[in-house]
Design a binder for this molecule. Structure first.
Ligand SMILES: [Zn+2]
Length: 135
C-alpha cells in the first residue's frame, strides 16, 4: 500500500494494518489526503474530541506512576509525549509529531492558532532535555 501523505507512525502498524491512533484496537480509517484518522468505533463513541479524552483535559485526574514506568518514560520520552496538557497543545508534541498535528488541525481537534501559540509544558518531566534523542 502506498501513502500519498507519508508513512503512518510505525507504532500504529500491527500485522500490516494501520491501527487507530486513538484506541490502537481497531483499524484506522485512512483518508486519501488527511492520512490516518480515528477508527469508526472512536468516531461513533463521540464526535467531541475533548469529551473523548478526559484524561488529557481533566488535570485533576492525575495518574500514579511507578518508578519503573517513570524510567521507561525517560527512555521513550518522545513516544510518551501527550498532545495536550490542561487543554493546551504541548509544543513538545508539535515538534515531535508535525504530521499528526497537521492532521489534527484538519480534523478540527486543534486550531492552527493554538499550535502557533503552543508552549513547552512538559519541562517538569524527567528526561525533557534529552527528548529529541529518545524514541
Ligand atoms: Zn479507535
Amino acid at each position: 500500500m502506498t501513502y500519498s501523505w507519508g508513512k503512518p507512525d510505525k507504532r500504529l502498524i500491527k500485522n500490516g494494518k494501520v491501527m487507530c491512533p486513538f484506541c490502537l484496537k481497531h483499524e484506522a480509517e485512512i483518508h486519501k489526503t488527511l492520512g490516518v484518522l480515528k477508527c469508526k468505533e472512536c468516531k461513533k463513541k463521540s464526535k467531541d474530541y475533548r469529551k473523548e479524552h478526559p484524561e488529557i483535559f481533566n488535570p485533576t485526574r492525575r495518574e500514579w506512576v511507578p518508578d519503573r514506568i517513570k524510567e521507561d518514560r525517560v527512555k521513550n520520552f518522545k513516544g510518551a509525549i501527550q498532545p495536550y496538557r490542561e487543554g493546551k497543545i504541548n509544543r513538545e508534541f508539535v515538534e515531535a509529531y508535525p504530521d499528526r498535528v497537521e492532521a489534527m488541525i484538519k480534523e478540527g481537534a486543534v486550531t492552527r492558532e493554538e499550535v502557533k501559540k503552543s508552549k513547552y509544558q512538559l519541562r517538569d518531566l524527567k528526561g525533557w532535555y534529552k527528548r529529541n534523542q529518545t524514541q
